[in-house]
Design a protein around this ligand. Sequence first.
Ligand SMILES: [Zn+2]
Length: 119
Amino acid sequence: MRSRFSAYATQQYQYILDTYAQSQRDTLSVKELQQSDKETTWLRLQIVNCPDDHTVEFKAYSKFQNQFNLLHEISIFTLENQHWMYKEGELLADTGQVKLNRNDQCLCGSGKKYKKCCI
Ligand SMILES: [Zn+2]
């Protein structure tokens, strides 16, 4: 899970494709992944809950065209050849644009207030 987030953050789309479950790998390409992630900067990953071996609930923050976004997802992994592969995800209701106030701590991880940072 963390390694896939890191791969998104550093644009290693081949790794992302390689860690999809077989059924998904057959229908995706590195190019498609690249295209869908274009201009997005991944900032921060927060693991919310791991109820069992193959389920991870997480919040991932990203920035796209000066707008912060939250991806809140429950991901299901499946074991293939002793590796955990990403099978599918369910988006939770608060996924979408994040509204920040000027005095809120910036989401980019700088530790500064939003008004003095990415605003
Ligand atoms: Zn910032």
